[in-house]
Structure formats: C-alpha cells, structure tokens
Design a protein around this ligand. Structure first.
Ligand code: C2E
Ligand code: CA
Ligand code: CA
Ligand code: CA
Length: 277
C-alpha cells in the first residue's frame, strides 16, 4: 500500500507481517503444546483385504489446541520440521504408540503391528536407531510389533539411509515405505531398501476407478512389490467399489474411511473384540 504514514520504518507488508506473526505464534504454541500435553494419538486400523481382519494400526498425531480446536498434522508438522521440534515430538509419538500397543497386547489383542510415521529429519538424527532401541526397552514392546513408516524423501541421502534401515531391521523392527509413487520417483533405490511393506498412495487408488490404464499402474506396483517380497497396503479406501477393485489385485491390506477413520484409543478398544480377561 502507498501510504504507510507513520509506519514508514516497517520492513514488512501488512500481509507478510501477519504471516510471520502467525508462524511465530504457532511455533511458540507448539512448544507449549509439548509441555502441556496437548498432543494425542489417533489410530487407524490396517485391514486384510481377504478376511477383513485388523492386522495393524497406524498412529496419527492430533493436536488439541485450547483455542483453535483440532489442528491437522498437515498444518503443524511442516513447521515442527522446520524448527526441529519434530525430533522431541516424534520421539513422544514413538513412545506413546509403543506404550499403547503394549497395553493392547497385555489386554489380549490379536493385532500385532503398530505403524509409526517417521519424519526424514527425525530419521536423519545420528542417534535415531538408538532412540528406537531405547523406546522399545523402556516400553518393553517386542520389536516385531513396531513398524516405522518412512517416505521417499529420505532417498535424498540413500548412502546414509540404507545402513540405518538395516540396523533397525536387525533389531527386529519393520519398515514400510509410505506414499509410494508420489515423491522422488526413482525405482533404483527400491532394490537397496530393506523394506517389509510398501504403501500405495491414495492418489493411485482414486485413479484406479477411472480406467484400465490407471488400474494397470496399480497392478504393476503390486506385482513389483511382490517380486521384491514386500507386503502391500493400499491407502485411502473410501468405498465398497474401491475395495472390490482392490480385491482383484492381490493386495494384502488396506486402510481407509470405508473401514474406519483414525480413532482415539478409547474408541479402538470399544470397537475391537478383545477376548475377556
Ligand atoms: P499419511 O501418513 O499418508 O497418513 C494418511 C492420512 O490419510 C491421514 O491424515 C489419515 O487420516 C488420512 N486418511 C486415512 N484414510 C483416509 C480416507 O479414506 N480418505 C481420506 N481422504 N483420507 C484418509 P492425517 O492424520 O491428517 O495425517 C496427514 C499426514 O501427516 C500423514 O499422512 C503424515 O504424513 C503426517 N503425520 C501424521 N502423524 C504423524 C506423526 O506422528 N509423525 C510424522 N512425522 N508425520 C505424521
Ligand atoms: Ca503414514
Ligand atoms: Ca501415506
Ligand atoms: Ca500422505
């Protein structure tokens, strides 16, 4: 604007000012949220296509902001990554997910996998493998129950990532590649990554309904994953038609609103048929 009047020493346009201010506010809110325990985990079932049985849960972070209400991870995780806060926050997620899985295990749940999202920044910390080991020891969760979901963004440093992935696998922890096909789509790294699971991104599932070429792509991804001996989980299944299409595809598991949205732990307990103690 032309007339700044007395505010002529202001470096920012009013818009920028507001944006920077909002970001600073959110940043200090994030730190406060950690201290005050405003974060919570929701859990989304991972279900077998053939039997409709819950095989695992994916832990998804939720922020219950005292004034703003529920803030979506898409809005605060990028900032947590930028500020480095993702490191302690991600550790809290890992601890809480393992602790919860141990509770369910002790209650007799037959679900044997907890999947936890790991940011590339978290994964690149020199002590990351040690942190995982420590959390498992502390919560006493058997390592086979834990699966770490990483994304293709760690492919930026494959020479560093592969040895860490191997170290994690040697502990008995599983690794899945999240959002497959949306990132740095180079196939060459797939042969080097010691993965258990490949997660097909929702965008492929959505396109599958649109035609035979789209379906051929999903088909090819699943075939390739199986040749590499990875399990496949399809993400974002929202309706019966999508599940029908998928069941012709030899895909092991799916996740999506069709079966269940992510739920707080108390709702998972009331929905499951844990045998009585
Ligand atoms: P993501 O790992 O790809 O998680 C799947 C997202 O899809 C989740 O969104 C989930 O709620 C949503 N979703 C599940 N089923 C359906 C469906 O049928 N339809 C639609 N439209 N969406 C579905 P959410 O919980 O908002 O999380 C968004 C992203 O934030 C995650 O994507 C993940 O990248 C990140 N995130 C969430 N929790 C964590 C965490 O603890 N640590 C890290 N580093 N990232 C996290
Ligand atoms: Ca994920
Ligand atoms: Ca995903
Ligand atoms: Ca995603």
């Amino acid at each position: 604007s032309k007339s700044n009047g007395q505010n002529q020493y202001c470096f920012f346009t009013p818009d920028m000012n507001e944006e920077v201010f909002k970001k600073l506010l959110l940043e200090s809110d994030l730190q406060k949220a950690m201290k005050e325990g405003q974060f919570q985990l929701y859990y989304q079932p991972q279900v077998s296509v053939a039997e409709g049985e819950v095989k695992g849960y994916e832990a998804l972070l939720r922020w219950e902001h005292p004034e703003r209400g529920l803030v979506s991870p898409g809005d605060f995780i990028p900032l947590a990554e930028e500020t480095g806060l993702i490191v302690p926050l991600g550790r809290w997620v890992l601890e809480e997910a393992c602790r919860q899985m141990m509770v369910w295990r002790n209650e007799g749940s037959t679900v044997s996998r907890m999947s936890v999202n790991i940011s590339a920044i978290q994964f690149q910390q020199p002590d990351f493998a040690q942190v995982v080991k420590h959390v498992l020891a502390q919560t006493e969760l058997p390592p086979e129950y834990l699966e770490l979901e990483i994304t293709e963004s760690i492919v930026q440093e494959p020479e560093q990532a592969v040895p860490i992935m191997k170290e994690i696998r040697e502990m008995g922890v599983k690794i899945s590649l999240d959002d497959f096909g949306t990132g740095y789509s180079s196939l060459s790294y797939l042969k080097d990554f010691p993965l258990n699971t490949l997660k097909i991104d929702k965008s492929f599932v959505d396109n599958m309904e649109h035609g035979s070429r789209e379906k051929a792509i999903v088909d090819a991804i699943i075939n390739m994953a199986h040749r590499l001996e990875f399990n496949v989980i399809a993400e974002g299944i929202e309706n019966e038609a999508q599940l029908q299409l998928l069941s012709g595809e030899a895909c092991e598991e799916y996740q999506g609103y069709y079966y269940s949205p992510p739920l707080p732990s108390s709702d998972i307990e009331s929905k499951s048929s844990f045998p009585p103690l």
